[in-house]
Write a protein that binds this ligand. Sequence first.
Ligand SMILES: [Zn+2]
Ligand SMILES: [Zn+2]
Length: 93
Amino acid sequence: MRRKCFLCGRLETDYLGLERHHIFGGANRQLSEKYGLTVMLCHNCHNEPPRGAHYNKETADYLHRYGQEKAMREQGWDKQMFISIFGRNYLDI
Ligand SMILES: [Zn+2]
Ligand SMILES: [Zn+2]
């Protein structure tokens, strides 16, 4: 089955690859890797202005919320536990 962009749904083709994006970057990049908090994105949604995750706060925040919910669900963490590991809360803001 072909993979598709997590944000726009565009299918991966031989000519158009997808790029793996770490939902929490910077100091938390290693934690994103450790807990499987990455998504596959097309280049536009990943690293191009104006909507790409590395250019657009709304796009990044949407992924942050998704990532926090995923981590809490999969790891069985409550919000406090997530904050103690990732340093902040991205939900309800
Ligand atoms: Zn896309
Ligand atoms: Zn990225």
